[in-house]
Design a protein around this ligand. Sequence first.
Ligand code: KMH
Ligand code: ZN
Length: 292
Amino acid sequence: MPRVPAPPNPRHPGTLITVAPTGAEVEKARWPQLPTTLAELVAEARACEAAGAAMIHVHIRDEEHRPTLDPARLRDTVTALRESTDLVVQLSTGGSVHDPFGARLAVLDAQPDSCSLTCGSVNFGDDVFLNPWHLMSDLYRLAQEREVVPEFELFDLGQVEGLRRLLATYGPPAGGRVHADFVTGLPGGMPGTPAALLAGVQALPPEVTSWSATGIGRSHLPVMAAALAMGGHLRVGMEDNLMFAKGQPVTGNAQLVGRAARLANELQRPPLTTTEARSLLNVSRRHSVSAG
Ligand code: KMH
Ligand code: ZN
């Protein structure tokens, strides 16, 4: 196996800021600033990169602004984001709670740099976000085969055990780094509190080389502050949070990225550049712009 280069200096770590601009649940009709067309997504991605984001977690929408995993649209999206930004492009394999497993696996055909991989099933509001072991295994092995670097999504403490089991069963992911992301504060998942985040971080297996966190809704700020204080990285965006402050809807994703970057700077953990983020995650531009 090729040697994995050392991650950036752990004694002076910067902050990886991932933006999750769209998600699958927020309605365009209620939130017109949500980027749902390809042009809107690209413009938002550029603004977020300028504000300090280094990775983008992507869900796409169809002509009617509904969530879709259409393979051609996914490929076009990856290509457009690569042409217009240097962001690490992460496609969601979670999709919406209604997406079939086959379509979620086929997301990797679009050859993103990274993909999300949720480490277990979880109640998701009134629905269930299904991630049985066989799906996690298939996604993980496919990501290894295609050299796509997974981000392990952890919605609940039990999913840390799912991550440990994946690593123990199938070995390290492409690139050799293990990056986990706590998605807290979802009705049905782990609470969006510093205490719950701390419990999750303390339970991480030793193979984990970096982790980030996000808090849904009003848990956004406390989880962001706690993650920064604990040496973690950040995910922000309209997938997770629609209010900038009490009574103040977000104007767009760059507003949330800008605040995260300011806080990271204040805590002497400045935002990682896209090059530094690629180094942290050991993501290279394996797949060319014209791929697909
Ligand atoms: N939309 C959720 C059902 C992911 O992107 O991997 C799943 C989700 C996780 O957002
Ligand atoms: Zn997502």
